[in-house]
Design a binder for this molecule. Structure first.
Ligand SMILES: C[S@@+](CC[C@H](N)C(=O)[O-])C[C@H]1O[C@@H](n2cnc3c(N)ncnc32)[C@H](O)[C@@H]1O
Length: 392
């Protein structure tokens, strides 16, 4: 056992300790705490917390009894959680000179708001994985999830299978999509377990569909395709939408790149001349086109294999782009050869890949004017930002 002091919280919310001139990361500690740790022989650069000798005055009671057992949350134990998030963002944005950008106050999304839970089902136990492991922690209720989801899973008993279970609270009830690499035989049992759902799909094949699951964007109801992307909470979605609508001027021709099933496309269509959505998820594109909104056209397209070219980017007035965590390097690089396009609204759930892409965009002659930040990944180090970027 080694006694040491936590020097700082690192980017991912883990504490940093130096042992024999080597940096190790320890989860669930706070800067300044004296701790006893053991070097983790199974994971490079990691140490296991054995005890806290001297607690920080910033340590608070976590809201969840499973905190530190379940690996989903990292930062329930710090009173200055919001400061951590702000510092993390400024450090990440450093290569972009954040002092020259208007960074607005963060929107923090509260507890009991997440409408989508990605559970793991391992040998009949439903829950989340332990930190950096595939060991399951059984979860009966999670303070971050909407109560409707907690009530839905309460008391359920599962067959002895291993799969991923995505539970989504939609407008008219609960939708469940189970996926597994191995074929699932016990569909009857699963139908019984999830009988209160509107629909059950296994590997996106419908097992039952009592009522079409619907979501709503800006008052327009859309049938929700199994496996579709959805922002994690309605509150988060509203905050992101408000920023997009604040930055995009009216009466323009917009490209909504990585449009999903239209979270921004639908509201943008109300103020824009035309909105073209681009997205790989076929059923999302279909759902959007099926709305038959006159000024929306959605296109199925793999944007990594076939990114929008400079000429295509130049055919729009404003580019709205919301890529997955990996970002959108090829499209960002293509701005170098554009001449007409004047504005980009970049929504990112990964500030690190945003910085990489924004470097390409700023080197192409654009400048980041303003950034809104939405913390919709409460108690993790993840953040969502919306950047308004214009031609310099
Ligand atoms: C962060 S989500 C944003 C979706 C949408 N803007 C929203 O807010 O609901 C990223 C989207 O990128 C899509 N996507 C992932 N890989 C893609 C690819 N190679 N080509 C096109 N779209 C892709 C996903 O299906 C998902 O809808």
């Amino acid at each position: 056992m080694i006694k040491t002091t936590v020097t700082k919280l690192g980017f991912k919310g883990d504490g940093s300790v130096i042992i024999d001139d080597v940096e190790y990361f320890v989860p669930y500690v706070i800067e300044g705490e004296e701790v006893e740790v053991e070097i983790d022989n199974n994971q490079k650069d990691r140490a296991i917390l054995k005890s806290i000798i001297k607690k920080s005055d910033k340590r608070i009671e976590p809201i969840c009894p499973l905190f530190t057992v379940c690996g989903a949350c990292k930062l329930q134990h710090v009173s200055n959680y919001q400061d951590f998030k702000k510092e993390y963002l400024l450090k990440t944005l450093k290569p972009l000179c954040p002092e020259n950008i208007k960074i607005n106050d963060f929107t923090f999304i509260g507890h009991n708001t997440r409408r989508r839970a990605l559970f793991n089902l391992v040998d009949g136990k439903l829950g989340f994985f332990k930190e950096k492991s595939n060991d399951i922690v059984e979860v009966k209720s999670c303070p971050l999830l909407r109560n409707e989801i907690n009530n839905f899973i309460s008391g359920m008993e599962f067959p002895n299978i291993t799969a991923t279970v995505v539970v989504t609270l939609v407008n008219n009830g609960i939708d469940v999509n189970i996926s597994s690499k191995k074929p699932i035989e016990c569909t009857k049992k699963l139908s019984n377990v999830f009988k209160k759902a509107l629909r059950l799909t296994i590997n996106e094949v419908e097992i039952f569909n009592k009522e079409k699951p619907l979501i709503e964007f800006d008052g327009i109801k859309i049938p929700f395709p199994a496996g579709s992307f959805l922002q994690p909470s309605v509150d988060g979605e509203m905050a992101l939408k408000a920023s997009v609508m604040k930055f995009v001027p009216p009466e323009k021709k917009i490209a909504d790149i990585f449009c999903g099933m239209g979270t921004f496309t639908v509201p943008l269509s109300k103020i824009s001349k035309e909105v073209h959505g681009f997205e790989a998820f076929r059923l999302g594109v279909k759902a959007l086109n099926d709305l038959k909104i006159k000024n929306i056209k959605a296109f199925e397209r793999d944007l990594f294999k076939n990114p929008l070219t400079a000429k295509e980017l130049d055919s729009f007035d404003v580019i709205v782009m919301d890529p997955p965590r990996t970002g959108a390097t090829a499209i960002s690089q293509n701005f170098k050869n554009t001449k007409k396009i004047n504005q980009i609204v970049y929504i990112s759930c990964n500030p690190s890949t945003f910085v990489r892409d924004a470097k390409y965009i700023t080197e192409a002659g654009f400048k980041i004017v303003e950034i809104d930040v939405v913390d919709q990944f409460t108690y993790t180090h993840h953040l969502e930002l919306i950047a308004n970027i214009v031609r310099a």
